[in-house]
Ligand binder design. Structure first.
Ligand code: SAH
Ligand code: MG
Length: 195
């Protein structure tokens, strides 16, 4: 199985699919080990690499809901999930998360946001609606190559940068939330509900 996973990872890297970086994954795994989640929501499946990695830390009976809008990638994700024997643990929604999220109504104890950067504020709103009291939200690429904390604003990616800044502002200014921003990978925001 480790071999299969390695193959999936190497193929994705070769095809320039932006799968989770090793140090980001380690940081998330560290927290999953302390507190195994039973329900995970992932926004942005790509070919299923991160979901497959996360599945190792699920509680018994736990499952992952994951959303991917690119049909080709979703198809490959489905195949990879099957190869790994995880059809019963990983449930893939094919479509735009902007449309699918409002149709979901569950409590998740871990949410991984890893899709269109311009939609992060919307993903946050939907995630907070479905986050369990002890849940945790991870948002990948939050520092976007360092653009987000710089004075950068003249670029075709400025909508993404503006929305990532808005995500950080909303999670850090909300008195009910506790947020850490880590400089691992492309930046990882970790948000919990204050207790
Ligand atoms: N989490 C994956 C990598 C995801 S890459 C891993 O680490 O293995 C980001 C993915 O999000 C891309 O495949 C892209 O097609 C998808 N995506 C971007 N915007 C989306 C949206 N609005 N709805 C659903 N998927 C989206
Ligand atoms: Mg990412």
């Amino acid at each position: 199985m480790e071999d299969q996973l390695k193959k999936i990872k190497e193929k994705a890297l070769k095809e320039h699919i932006p799968i989770i970086m090793d140090d980001t994954l380690q940081e998330i795994e560290k927290r999953m080990k302390q507190n195994n989640p039973s329900k995970i929501l992932e926004i942005g499946t790509a070919v299923g690499y991160s979901a497959i990695c996360f599945s190792k830390f699920l509680k018994e009976q736990g499952f992952i809901d994951t959303i991917e809008r690119d049909e080709q990638r979703a198809k490959e994700a489905k195949e990879n999930i099957k190869t790994m024997g995880l059809e019963n643990k990983i449930n893939l929604y094919v479509g735009d998360a902007v449309e699918i999220l409002p149709t979901l109504d569950q409590k998740y104890d871990m949410i991984f946001i890893d899709a269109a950067k311009g939609k992060y504020p919307f993903f946050l709103k939907e995630s907070l609606r479905m986050l369990s009291q002890k849940g945790i939200i991870f948002a990948d690429n939050i520092l976007y190559k360092g653009y987000v904390l710089g004075d950068y604003n003249k670029h075709k990616q400025r909508t993404a940068v503006r929305n990532l800044r808005e995500y950080i502002a909303e999670t850090t200014n909300n008195p009910n939330l506790e947020t850490e921003i880590l400089e691992v990978g492309d930046g990882l925001a970790i948000t919990k509900i204050k207790r």
